[in-house]
Design a protein around this ligand. Structure first.
Ligand SMILES: Cc1cc2nc3c(=O)[nH]c(=O)nc-3n(C[C@H](O)[C@H](O)[C@H](O)COP(=O)(O)OP(=O)(O)OC[C@H]3O[C@@H](n4cnc5c(N)ncnc54)[C@H](O)[C@@H]3O)c2cc1C
Length: 389
């Protein structure tokens, strides 16, 4: 068996102690031992690595920016495969509104590139500055504008994936169950063709505040019928107080029209800035653990009430029922939350994925589905071993 270092350029592999420490966790803080890191530069590099892993039995963990919040990119005695050098934006077709990108392209980089053409990619997680297209497809990310634009699987036209046999697959949107939201267990995504949309010509915001939840949810129902709606974000009184706002329920609404109260670009940027600073500020305030339950509309009032009564800060994408309650480290109420989500017919993971953090909560149906995919694409469990199944 060839040593890993002999397969690549020296600059593409590291087994240095400091590198292994840096790659031993993702943004979830869940840690695991890392045996080394490889930075592939071509599809052939990934094929070579998958074949080497199949020979040695060492598993591979694909990694984008490591912003995942459930240990999906955390190794377990694995080699981490960092997509940072798969960073080319290859072909833009303005007529078709499509772009071909490598998996390691960060979302904001793509949107800066697209701006002069009047186009953008509209699935925008809070981590948009660094989250990569590959990581976003693997987690089927949603985000700040999901109420209008949905999630990744709605915008991927085609992907190229290297599977655990070292085979290269060109998969279309109709194969999305093989790759979208599969958290890298079927292989490494190396390239994607994405659909794009036009940058809206008009944008405005309104910040609504409410004393009572029932009153807020009534208004939310009304707002969701507005065809210009492009974001519907929530803050509960506890989260609001932690960023210096009066402790009330808030809904930040963005319209692709001029009907909102705030139209000045600088004022809008300030308000979005406050919303986007929440995650870091809640971490600083002692609530580092971020959950992502998705509740059906009829279960929102009861569960938001419970979270607020527990003094748990909450924000999130209320338009699609995805909330981000924030917890203390090892907070026993997280398990209670999961039971509440299951009892209400919701999803324990609305957008972050299961990773290592929630694997014991994966349903038997999901495990069976993933095992069937593993048999087909990764029989030796080379990619993301022990995750999702
Ligand atoms: C402040 C903050 C805000 C966030 N807001 C949102 C939000 O609004 N919406 C949302 O959906 N998420 C959000 N997230 C979570 C996270 O940013 C997303 O899950 C994002 O899609 C992960 O992208 P990444 O490139 O960092 O992937 P990583 O964290 O590196 O990896 C995530 C998973 O994808 C797999 N993976 C990565 N690259 C590939 C690849 N090329 N091929 C196959 N598998 C791969 C990994 O193995 C892992 O299982 C947020 C995170 C933070 C820290």
């Amino acid at each position: 068996m060839e040593p890993l270092g002999s397969l690549f350029q020296p600059s593409q592999v590291s087994t240095r102690a400091e590198t292994k420490i840096a790659y031993s966790r993702d943004a979830s803080r869940i840690q695991g031992p890392c045996q080394g890191v490889v930075w592939p530069e071509t599809v052939t590099d990934v094929v070579c690595l998958a074949q080497w892993a199949a020979e040695t039995g060492i598993d591979l963990v694909p990694r984008g920016a490591g912003t995942g919040l459930c240990g999906g990119a955390t190794p377990q005695n694995s080699i981490v495969v960092d997509s940072a050098r798969l960073r080319h934006i290859d072909v833009l077709n303005i007529q078709l509104k499509q772009v071909v990108v490598e998996a390691g392209v960060p979302l904001d980089l793509l949107n800066r590139y697209l701006k002069p053409f009047g186009l953008f990619f509209p699935v925008i997680p809070g981590s948009h500055r660094s989250a990569t297209i590959g990581g976003m497809i693997a987690t089927n990310a949603a985000g700040l504008h999901a109420v209008r634009y949905g999630r990744m699987s709605d915008w991927v036209e085609e992907v190229i994936v290297v599977d655990g046999n070292g085979d290269v697959h060109q998969l279309s949107a109709s194969d999305r169950k093989i790759f979208a939201g599969r958290e890298g267990v079927t292989g490494m995504i190396v390239q994607a063709t994405l659909r794009l949309t036009e940058i809206p010509t008009s944008r405005s915001l309104t910040l609504f505040s409410f004393e009572y939840l029932a009153e807020m949810l009534k208004q939310v129902k009304q707002l969701k019928t507005n065809s210009a709606l492009s974001a519907l974000e929530y803050l509960n009184p506890h989260a609001a107080a932690l960023i210096g706002w009066t402790a009330r329920h808030y809904v930040l609404v963005e319209y692709h029209s001029a009907e909102g109260e705030i139209r000045d670009p600088a004022e809008m940027a300030n308000l979005w800035g406050a919303r986007e600073s929440l995650s870091a500020r809640l971490t600083q305030a002692g609530f580092p653990i971020s959950e992502d339950p998705q509740f059906p509309p009829e279960a929102l009032e009861d569960n938001l009430d419970w979270l607020t009564a527990q003094n748990i800060p909450v924000f999130g994408h209320l338009g699609v029922g995805i909330l981000h309650p924030r917890f203390l480290l090892e907070d026993a109420r997280i398990a209670e939350l999961y039971y509440r989500v299951s009892a209400s017919g919701g999803q324990i993971s609305g957008e972050h994925g299961m990773g290592l953090k929630k694997r014991q909560w994966a349903s038997e149906a999901l495990k069976a589905e993933v095992l069937a995919l593993k048999t087909r694409f990764d029989p030796q469990h080379i990619f993301n071993r022990g995750k999702l199944c």
